[in-house]
Design a protein around this ligand. Structure first.
Ligand code: MN
Length: 229
């Protein structure tokens, strides 16, 4: 068997390893921090909801990112990302919160880049907003730090600044749905498999980024630092 053309595969470096993490699917949680839900005009606790980005929307440790087409309002959303692994003991469907940590391969730091104007327009029209979230290069991400290094994350800072001015400053413990709860809820819909990534939502302070500005994001030992060109 041979391929008609070369298949593309997205991989992420793993800190302390020669191996890379092959990306299968990219899931994202919407409105998972109360302050951010509020700034988006929602005040009640609601069941988590999910959307996706294509695997090849991932850009690993970029130094520059091109300002995308079809928007005049590009927003940054800093997010902790969970990398999923296989487990011999646990099937990735209808995973309980007790079993969920078993499926965590590691963590990364990502930015859920969003065309906010386009998203608002599609929302108003009750149309799918996939292309406001899942466009090319919409998911810059750091290398992956293995689970063994950080353990079960329930607390820790997550911060993003633009041109050295802090825009987003949150704590993992402010998540409405915790990491095991996210895994459990998502796995009611689909089978989670090794290579899946889950963006876990953003704290408040989402805002516009313009051409020429530089983003610095950090959480734990993970960093992202890139310029929009
Ligand atoms: Mn997001």
């Amino acid at each position: 068997m041979s391929f008609a053309f070369k298949p593309t595969i997205t991989t992420i470096p793993i800190i302390g390893s020669e191996q890379e993490f092959p990306v299968r699917r990219v899931y994202c949680v919407g409105r998972n921090y109360a302050d951010h839900a509020k700034e988006m005009g929602h005040s009640e606790r609601e069941a988590p909801f999910f959307f996706m980005k294509p695997a090849d929307a991932i850009v690993v440790n970029p130094e520059t990112m091109c300002y995308p087409s079809m928007t005049n309002q590009l927003h940054h959303e800093i997010e902790l990302v969970i990398a999923i692994r296989d487990s011999d003991a646990i099937h990735g469907f209808e995973v309980s919160t007790e079993q969920a940590w078993e499926l965590v391969y590691g963590y990364a730091l990502g930015v859920d880049l969003t065309k906010r104007d386009l998203q608002a327009k599609y929302k108003k029209q009750s149309r799918p907003w996939d292309l406001a979230k899942g466009f090319d290069q919409s998911a810059p991400i750091s290398s992956i730090i293995p689970f063994e290094e950080l353990g079960k994350l329930t607390d820790g800072n997550i911060e993003l600044s633009v041109n050295n001015e802090i825009r987003q400053k949150g704590h993992i413990n402010q998540m409405i749905w915790s990491i095991p709860e996210i895994i459990s809820e998502l796995s009611k819909h689909i089978v989670l498999k090794a290579g899946d990534l889950i963006f876990t939502g953003t704290p408040s302070g989402v805002d516009e980024i313009k051409k020429g500005q530089t983003i610095f994001a950090n959480s734990f030992d993970l960093n992202l630092n890139f310029k929009i060109t």
